[in-house]
Write a protein that binds this ligand. Structure first.
Ligand code: FAD
Ligand code: SF4
Length: 775
C-alpha cells in the first residue's frame, strides 16, 4: 500500500473530507514556508476578490505546492533530479540566444563563411570523437566556456556557429526560428497535376527549449496566447483568416512556461490544471489556438501544445504521477475560489456521450457534488478493478491495461475519429479521473432516444439530461453511382479502426480498402483518413496474405474473390519488405509500395491553401504529404465510375481549365462535412424541455474542436446546478434500476454451425421497440 506523507491515507485523495484535510495541511505548510504568501492566500479566500492572484503570487504559491506534493508522495529526490536535469537545457538556450543568435550570426554573414575551412578549424579544436549532434552541442558549450572573448578559439567557435545556422545541419543549439510565410506553410512540389511534399519530415522541436523560447509576456500583460490579439476591442485575424482569440480555456500559458523552463514540473501542471483540468485530452497535435495567437506573428510561434503535453507526460512518468495529476484536478489552491470539490448535493444528471464534452462535464458535475451517470451508445470495455481501487504507481501499468482493452468505447471522436497521432492512453487517464471518484456510473451500449427515452429518465429520477452527442451524420453529395461498392464515408472508415479495432491483430472487424484510394474533402477528417490508409492497407493486405495464401476461397463471390486475390498478392509484397527490412536493420518502406499500387489521393474542390486543414492545422496536412499522400486541388467531382461488379473503379473530375480527368480509385471515401446534430434530433422532438441541455459539438457556439468542447462545458455547466435535491434516495434508486437500461445476453442457442439465436434482456429497449427496428 502507498505510504503518504503528513499522515495522510490514500483514500484521503478521493474523499471530500480527505481533500479538506490536505488543504488544511497545505495552509500550515505554506505559512511555514512563506508567511506573506499564506496571508495573501487566506485574504483572497476570505475576501473573495473577483481577481485571481497576480502572476508572481501564483508562481510562488505553485512552487511551494510542488514541494508540498513532493512530500505527500515521498518523491522529493525525483523532483530535485528533474530540476537538475533542466539545468543543461537552460544553459543551452542561454548560449543559443546570447551567443549563437546575438553574436555569431550577427557577425558572420553567409557570404563571409568558408564552410570547409570553418569545419576544419572547429574539428581541430574539438579533437575528440563526437558521437551525435547532441554530444556536439554539449561539447560546443563546454568549449565556449573555456575560451575567452576575442581569442582565436573564440572566433573559430563563432564562425562555426554561424556556419551551422547558415548551412545546417540544425540541432537544438544551432537553429533559429523561421519566418512565417502564410502562403507557403508547407513545401509542395507539382508532379504532373498532383501536389506532393518536397523536403524532409518536420523534426519535432524540444518542448523544453520551446518553453525557453517564450518571452513570458505576462510580465508586460501582452500574453496574447492566452487573451488573443485585439485591435480596438475586436479580435484580429491572421492572413489565413484564423481569428486570433487565444486559448479557449484561458490557461496561464506564460506563467506555465516560466516555471517549466526553470525546472518546476508539478508547479507547471498545477497552473495548467486551474483552467484545464482535463489537459489529458488537449495539447500536442490536438489544439493550437494558443500558438496561433502567440506574440510571434512574423516568426514561428512558441509550440505551446507540445509544452503542455510534455508537462503532463513528465508528471505522469514520476512515481505516482497519475495520482499527482488526479490530486491537482481535485484540489486546486491556485484557484482562490472553488479550490475544493463541493459536498455531495445529490442532483442526479444523465450525461449522454463520452466524448471530450461528456468527459469534461462529468468531471465538473462530480466536483460540484452531483450524482453523474454517463451513457454512450458504444459498447464500453470495463477497466481492470485494481486500477480503480489501488493507487497507480507507474504510468506503465495504465498504458499496458489500455493496450489490452483498446478500443475501450470511451472518448467519442477523440477515440474513434482522431487517429493515433496522439496518445490515446490519455483517454484511460481521463476515464480513471472519473471512475476513481464516488457518485459516478458509466454504462455503454445505451443509446439515448432508443434504449432509454426522456420519459424513462424521469422514472429513474434524473433531474437533468446533458446531451454531449457530437456532430451529426456525414454529408454525402448526390452523384452518379454514389452507391457503387467500396464508396464509403471517411468517418465509417475511421470508426471501424478507432471503435471496431479493424487495425488490431486480435480484431475480427475488417474494413475493405483497395488501392488506389481517393479521399474527397479538405478538412482534418480527409487528412486523417488518407494518412490512416497508408498504414492500414499494408496491415490488411499482410493479414489476408498470411490467412489465405495458397487457399481456395469457395465461400466468396467472384467479385469478392478478385478483391481478396489482389490483397493477398499485395500482402506478399509488404510481407517480403518486412523480411528485407529486418535483414537490413531498417524500417520497412511501405510508401514506395503503396505508390506502386496506385497510392492515396486527396481530392479537394478548391485551392488547398483555402482548405480548413491548411488554415487550421497545416502541420497535419504536411505530415500526410510526408506519408506519401498526393493532393489534386481545384478538382470538381463529376461522377463515379463502376467496374463490371458494380464496385467503384474511378472518379471523373473537372479541372479548372475545363478539361476532364479520370482518376483510378478502387476505394472512395467521402469526408465532406457533417450536418449539425440538434437537441430535437436526439430527444425525439423534445427540444422544448428546459432540463435538456447540449454541450460540445452539439452547441453551435463551440462546435468543431476538442478544446472548444471542453470550453463549452466550463462556460455552461453551472446551468445544470439549479434545483438541488436530496441525495441518499437517488443514489439507491439508480443502482436498483441499472438492469432496466443495460442489455444482458441471457441465452445463446446454436441452431446450425452458422446460425445462433441470442436472447437479450433489456426492459427499456423492449418497451421502446417499434416494428422494423434492428437491435
Ligand atoms: C477525423 C477527425 C479528426 C479530428 N481532429 C481534431 C483535432 O485534431 N483537434 C480537435 O480539437 N478536434 C478534432 N476533431 C473534432 C473533435 O473530435 C470534436 O470536436 C470533439 O470530439 C467533440 O466532442 P463532443 O464531446 O462534443 O462529441 P464526440 O467526440 O463526437 O462524442 C459524442 C459521443 O456521443 C455518443 N452518442 C451520440 N449519440 C448518442 C446517443 N443518442 N446516445 C448515447 N450516446 C450517443 C457517441 O457514441 C460519442 O461517443 C476531429 C474530428 C474528426 C472527425
Ligand atoms: S507563448 Fe507566445 S504570446 Fe504566450 S507568453 Fe510566450 S511568447 Fe508570449
Amino acid at each position: 500500500m502507498i505510504k503518504l506523507g503528513f499522515g495522510l491515507k490514500y483514500s484521503d485523495l478521493y474523499s471530500t473530507n480527505g481533500l479538506y484535510k490536505i488543504d488544511k495541511l497545505f495552509l500550515h505548510f505554506l505559512k511555514k514556508e512563506n508567511d506573506f504568501l499564506y496571508k495573501v492566500l487566506v485574504d483572497y479566500r476570505t475576501k473573495k476578490y473577483v481577481e485571481n492572484f497576480d502572476s508572481d503570487q501564483l508562481i510562488s504559491i505553485s512552487k511551494i505546492q510542488e514541494k508540498f506534493i513532493g512530500k505527500i508522495f515521498g518523491i522529493e529526490n525525483e523532483i530535485l533530479h528533474y530540476h537538475k536535469s533542466q539545468e543543461f537545457t537552460k544553459q543551452l538556450y542561454t548560449v543559443k540566444r546570447n551567443f549563437v543568435h546575438r553574436v555569431a550570426v550577427q557577425k558572420y554573414k553567409k557570404e563571409d563563411i568558408n564552410q570547409q575551412k570553418v569545419n576544419e578549424d572547429f574539428f581541430r579544436l574539438v579533437r575528440s570523437p563526437v558521437k551525435d549532434k547532441y554530444d556536439l552541442d554539449k561539447l560546443f558549450i563546454l568549449l565556449l566556456d573555456k575560451y575567452k572573448e576575442n581569442t582565436t578559439e573564440y572566433v573559430i567557435l563563432a564562425k562555426y556557429a554561424a556556419s551551422r545556422i547558415h548551412f545546417g545541419p540544425t540541432s537544438d543549439l544551432f537553429s533559429k526560428p523561421h519566418k512565417i510565410d502564410f502562403e507557403n506553410l508547407i513545401n509542395f512540389s507539382t508532379n504532373g497535376y498532383l501536389l506532393e511534399k518536397t523536403g524532409q519530415e518536420q523534426i519535432s522541436k524540444s518542448p523544453y527549449l520551446e518553453a525557453h523560447y517564450c518571452i513570458n509576456c505576462h510580465k508586460t500583460e501582452k500574453d496574447t496566447c492566452r487573451e488573443g490579439i485585439k485591435y480596438k476591442n475586436a479580435y484580429k485575424s491572421n492572413p489565413l483568416g484564423n481569428i486570433l482569440k487565444g486559448c479557449p480555456l484561458k490557461i496561464k500559458i506564460s506563467e506555465m512556461n516560466e516555471v517549466f523552463s526553470n525546472g518546476y514540473l508539478i508547479s507547471a501542471l498545477s497552473i495548467i490544471s486551474c483552467n484545464n483540468p482535463i489537459v489529458a485530452l488537449t495539447g500536442k497535435r490536438i489544439c493550437n489556438d494558443c500558438s496561433k495567437a502567440c506574440i510571434y506573428q512574423k516568426q514561428e510561434p512558441v509550440d505551446i501544445p507540445s509544452i503542455e503535453s510534455k508537462i503532463l507526460e513528465d508528471v505522469l512518468s514520476l512515481p505516482y504521477g497519475f495520482e499527482i495529476y488526479s490530486l491537482l484536478t481535485a484540489w486546486q489552491p491556485l484557484n482562490q475560489q472553488e479550490y475544493l470539490p463541493s459536498e455531495y448535493r445529490g442532483k442526479k444528471v444523465l450525461v449522454v456521450g463520452t466524448g471530450p464534452s461528456g468527459i469534461a462535464l462529468s468531471y465538473y458535475l462530480q466536483r460540484a457534488g452531483c450524482y453523474v451517470v454517463v451513457i454512450d451508445a458504444l459498447k464500453i470495455e470495463p477497466i481492470p478493478k485494481h486500477l480503480i481501487i489501488n493507487p497507480v504507481k507507474h504510468i506503465s501499468e495504465l498504458k499496458k491495461s489500455y493496450e489490452k482493452i483498446k478500443p475501450q468505447g470511451f472518448g467519442g471522436v477523440a477515440e474513434y475519429g482522431i487517429t493515433d497521432r496522439w496518445d490515446k492512453s490519455n483517454l484511460l487517464v481521463s476515464r480513471l479521473l472519473l471512475e476513481k471518484r464516488k457518485n459516478f456510473e458509466l454504462h455503454g451500449g445505451i443509446k439515448f432516444g432508443s434504449n432509454i427515452t426522456y420519459e424513462q429518465t424521469k422514472i429513474l429520477g434524473f433531474e437533468s439530461i446533458a446531451l454531449c452527442c457530437g456532430s451529426g451524420y456525414p454529408q454525402i453529395p448526390v452523384l452518379e453511382n454514389i452507391s457503387a461498392g467500396n464508396v464509403r464515408t471517411a468517418s465509417d472508415f475511421l470508426m471501424s479502426l478507432g471503435a471496431g479495432g479493424a487495425n488490431l491483430e486480435k480484431s475480427h472487424t475488417n474494413f475493405l480498402v483497395l488501392l488506389p484510394a481517393v479521399v474527397v474533402g479538405g478538412g482534418l477528417t480527409a487528412v486523417d483518413a488518407a494518412t490512416q490508409i497508408t498504414k492500414y492497407y499494408p496491415f490488411l493486405a499482410k493479414k489476408l496474405y498470411l490467412k489465405f495464401k495458397n487457399k481456395d476461397l469457395p465461400f466468396l463471390t467472384e467479385a469478392e474473390k478478385k478483391q481478396v486475390e489482389i490483397l493477398v498478392e499485395h500482402g506478399e509484397r509488404y510481407y517480403k519488405e518486412d523480411l528485407n527490412a529486418k535483414k537490413e536493420n531498417r524500417s520497412p518502406d511501405y510508401l514506395k509500395i503503396n505508390d506502386e499500387f496506385g497510392g492515396i489521393t486527396i481530392l479537394y474542390r478548391k485551392n488547398i491553401k483555402e482548405s480548413p486543414s491548411y488554415k487550421i492545422n497545416h502541420e497535419e496536412l504536411g505530415d500526410a504529404l510526408f506519408h506519401g499522400i498526393r493532393i489534386l486541388e481545384n478538382a470538381d467531382l463529376e461522377s463515379i465510375e463502376k467496374d463490371q461488379y458494380s464496385n467503384c473503379s474511378g472518379v471523373r473530375v473537372k479541372l479548372p481549365d475545363g478539361g476532364e480527368k479520370l482518376i483510378n480509385a478502387k476505394t472512395i471515401l467521402f469526408a465532406t462535412g457533417t450536418s449539425p446534430l440538434t437537441k430535437k434530433d436526439i430527444s425525439n422532438g423534445l427540444d422544448d424541455k428546459p432540463d435538456i441541455l447540449v454541450f460540445g459539438d452539439m452547441d453551435p457556439d463551440y462546435s468543431g474542436s476538442v478544446v472548444k468542447a471542453i470550453a463549452s462545458v466550463r462556460d455552461n455547466y453551472k446551468k445544470i446546478l439549479n434545483n438541488i435535491s436530496t441525495p441518499e434516495k437517488i443514489y439507491k434508486k439508480i443502482s436498483s434500476h441499472y438492469k432496466y437500461f443495460t442489455a444482458t445476453v441471457t441465452e445463446n442457442i446454436s441452431h446450425t454451425d452458422e446460425i445462433f439465436e441470442l436472447k437479450i434482456r433489456n426492459k427499456f429497449s423492449a418497451q421502446n421497440f417499434v416494428p422494423g427496428q434492428f437491435f
